[in-house]
Design a protein around this ligand. Structure first.
Ligand SMILES: [Zn+2]
Length: 278
């Protein structure tokens, strides 16, 4: 392999034995003047499977020892792990794609129109006057729009939930970690949990979307979020490993997820009732 005399990124002069540019850190050995398909294949496989800092390595670590992984990252081990924000955007892409294919959020109501095929709408018994019917139509349209919003704009919902949950955790533990550190913790945990929901919950919700099991699945998903988050915080916060301290983490995780749940329900409920926002 020919060793370039100057760094290809910043043109700093390189010595014969330099593995990396002393100025910008770019590899001196593995950077080439022309890009071939074999380089691309190598780079892609490397990014996904490399024992250190790979995408799958991070997933494995977050599945088996999330507390230790995130604690190490916060303590400065950045090169060892895949960047949390790249991780977030890759999973976001997979999430949007899988939701646009599966549409787990009640597709039955996404296509509400006041006039059905027969030209007659079946109103509930208590809806009698034309004014009530008009209001009923309006609300049904908004419900279908809200469901449609969750189907198509999950990326926005996901983007807002991460900084929001981080903010609640910051309010609870502001003496221990900066807001930015909470944001890193929640980016890791939220993204991992969303990946889990893509692989497990979204397909299950799709299968059971018209039965009572879908409510049970939603509850299980919430419970998984709370427990995972509490395990991570129990490890990340440098405190005595006591049952009392764990229960505190469990309580704060519950509050954060609940606050997010209430906020999103208020936003959707507010829209359905008053038609605000959209
Ligand atoms: Zn350089």
């Amino acid at each position: 392999m020919t060793h370039p005399a100057n760094c290809l990124n910043c043109f700093a002069e390189l010595k014969e034995h330099d593995k990396f540019c002393y100025n910008c850190g770019q590899s001196a050995l593995h950077t080439h003047k022309r890009i071939t398909m074999s380089h691309i294949t190598h780079e892609v496989i490397h990014a996904l499977t490399h024992a250190d800092k790979g995408f799958f390595y991070l997933i494995k670590e977050l599945a088996t020892q999330p507390g230790l992984t995130i604690r190490e990252y916060l303590a400065g081990k950045h090169k060892k792990y895949f960047n949390p924000f790249s991780f977030f955007f890759i999973v976001l892409g997979i999430y949007v794609l899988s939701n646009s294919v599966l549409k787990p959020f009640h597709p039955a109501v996404t296509s509400y129109s006041p006039t059905s095929q027969t030209g007659q709408v079946q109103y509930p018994k208590e809806i009698k006057t034309p004014k009530q019917r008009a209001k009923y139509d309006k609300i049904q349209t908004r419900v279908s729009k809200a469901m449609n919003f969750f189907n198509t704009k999950t990326n926005i919902v996901l983007c807002i939930s991460t900084p929001f949950i981080a903010f609640i955790m910051f309010l609870i533990y502001r003496r221990q970690l900066f807001y930015a550190e909470h944001l890193v913790v929640i980016t890791f945990t939220n993204t991992f949990l969303n990946l889990l929901s893509i692989l497990i919950f979204t397909p299950l919700l799709y299968i059971f979307k018209d039965s009572a099991i879908s409510n049970l699945l939603m509850a299980l998903m919430m419970l998984a979020h709370i427990i995972y988050l509490s395990i991570v915080y129990y490890s990340v916060l440098d405190r005595a490993k006591t049952v009392k301290n764990y229960l505190k983490c469990l309580g704060s995780s519950f509050v954060a997820i609940l606050a997010w749940g209430i906020l999103s329900m208020l936003v959707v409920g507010g829209y359905i009732t008053y038609g605000i926002l959209f």
